[in-house]
Design a protein around this ligand. Structure first.
Ligand code: ADP
Ligand code: MG
Length: 240
């Protein structure tokens, strides 16, 4: 019996982005990258190196100015804006450093709202949101508003919200940047669990401990993306 290699979720072929300026900024120089289903990729690099530019392209928030980006085998460069937005809603979950939860809505409502925007049928939203909260270990806190939750719990609600529409890809920009060590640990072990369950995860980080969690690390410096073959050097990701 032969095994097919896992389908690429992300395929960059000479993808680059130059902001027009003036003066123009080559924020991401043309690069190739393949991320396969089920990989956990961490992205490191100093401030201003192009990490967010890279993540915004992967997340279909921004279009490259050169090259081709295939998401799940689909060439995204030929899509109209509305199609890109729809594809983003179906295939991509985002987690940000600052949670972005609605303060006066319960955890359950925050997660359900993602399904409203996604156009999911009303009758399934409640149960699906509940299931996503259970998946992140917060089923018992569904009724709580964010101010009653710890930082780690808030980020886990944000992860439930990112997962509820069953994306192919989970994108996290500094997911533990606002958390103390204990809360960061709970979020990281959740990301490990999701990865173990088959989710494709891409995490931007400044933190060497976070970077080491990845099955692969990619480094960006001055807009140049490079595969990091060995482990993180002793000086941490900033030393790359
Ligand atoms: P990082 O996330 O690694 O800190 P960014 O991707 O945000 O880096 O930025 C990469 C480079 O592109 C920086 O030099 C930044 O100043 C520049 N840049 C980011 N966004 C824009 C923009 N909208 N217009 C022009 N330059 C930008
Ligand atoms: Mg950034």
């Amino acid at each position: 019996m032969t095994y097919e290699p896992a389908t690429p979720v992300i395929e960059f072929r000479q993808v680059g982005l130059t902001y027009p300026g003036p003066p123009p900024v080559a924020a991401l120089k043309p690069c190739d990258l393949t991320v396969r289903r089920g990989e956990f990729v961490t992205v490191v690099g100093p401030s201003g190196s192009g990490k967010s530019t890279f993540l915004n392209i992967v997340g279909l928030l921004d279009s490259p100015t050169g090259g081709r980006y295939l998401l799940d085998g689909l060439d995204t460069s030929i899509l109209k804006d509305a199609e890109r937005t729809a594809l983003r809603g179906r295939r991509i979950g985002f987690v940000f450093q600052s949670f972005h939860l609605l303060p006066h809505r319960s955890a359950q409502e925050n997660v359900e709202l993602a399904l409203v925007y996604n156009g999911s049928p009303h009758r399934t939203r409640r149960a699906n949101a509940r299931e996503a909260l259970e998946r992140v270990g917060l089923g018992h806190r569904a009724a709580a508003v964010p101010t009653r939750l710890s930082g780690g719990e808030r980020q886990r609600v944000a992860i439930a919200r990112a997962l509820v529409a069953r994306p192919a890809l989970l994108l996290c920009d500094e997911p533990t940047g606002n958390l103390d060590t204990a809360n960061a640990r709970s979020v990281l072990s959740l990301l490990d669990e999701l990865h173990a369950g088959g989710m494709t995860v891409l995490v931007i980080t400044h933190d060497a401990d976070v970077a080491r969690r990845g099955s692969r690390t990619v480094a960006i410096r001055d807009g140049v993306l490079r595969e990091q073959l060995a482990g993180i050097p002793a000086g941490g990701p900033e030393a790359l």
